[in-house]
Design a protein around this ligand. Sequence first.
Ligand SMILES: C[S@@+](CC[C@H](N)C(=O)[O-])C[C@H]1O[C@@H](n2cnc3c(N)ncnc32)[C@H](O)[C@@H]1O
Length: 337
Amino acid sequence: MDMPENIHEQAQALRDVASGYALSKALYAVAEARVADFMDEAPVQVSELAERTGSNEGALYRIMRTLACLGIFHEHDGHLFSHTPVSRLLRADHEHSQLDGVLFRGLEFYEAYIEMPHTLATGASSFERRFGMSMFEYLNADADMQTRFQACMKSDTRAQQVGILEAYDFAPFASIVDVGGGDGTLITAILRRHPDTIGVLFDRQSVLDQVRAGPGGVPRRCELQDGDFFTAVPKGGDLYILKYIIHDWQDEDAVAILQICRQAMDRSAKMLVIDAIFGPPNVPNTALTLDLSMLAAVGGVERRQDEFVALFDRAGFALSRIVATNSPLSILEVMPA
Ligand SMILES: C[S@@+](CC[C@H](N)C(=O)[O-])C[C@H]1O[C@@H](n2cnc3c(N)ncnc32)[C@H](O)[C@@H]1O
């Protein structure tokens, strides 16, 4: 990584990180006001955007010109702004919309990070310190946050699933179980591409009740089964998917989940663990910021390849290959050892 050369640049590098909250909340504010929804192809006057979103024109201009320097919106002469490919993802109607992910990250998670010194001192989750329970306990108890969390996961998966479907051939599998599959975004995309495949979406009851009641739903070929993956998961699938599951848990819990899956699987079945994997030191990598979320908010941990292999070994699996995707996620394919 390039190091700043002089004292000014070195001090500024620290100030930029120390003020990271300014950009985070500026982005949250324009997302919450739905500014992006009022912009299309042609440049728009900031005064018009302010009027349509009920915003203060001066404040909106100052926020948008700063975001524009980061590639979020593009500023033209005369206080006009247009979309960039990045800012277009803030539109609610974009097929890969990231709006719900930006909104979710700006509320309870943002607040949880205030407790980072406690996490540093103890290793315990900032979220738990702030809200008195773990994130998953909180989600189970608060239907509104559960809805917003699942919408956030959906927005993440929307952007990742294209790369996952391109990188891995799901055709050989007649039945696929998505363990902790959330609102079913990934299993739905897989089943749509493979019309003869059947699926099971497995998650906690509070999540699947929302899927049952919600408008979108999953294809009829996908059964909904609720339960607790520390107790049992559906038996007999040809392929099991655990996307963004293992990173939510410390090693003991992660091994327990893998062992429960192993008990449900036939010897010929395969499993895909889909997570970020750490790269070499000192090089920016999405796994690093995700890992801070795991540390402060979720209580889990991102891992190196050898750490995954050790978990698989303890749970009775062997890594057969790692398939890179064009997202920060890798697909670790494992089989019963
Ligand atoms: C980080 S989300 C990942 C969701 C989805 N796989 C994705 O990648 O978008 C973790 C999921 O695990 C589910 N989960 C957490 N604890 C669980 C448990 N004990 N049993 C079953 N599912 C659980 C959550 O409800 C949530 O949907």
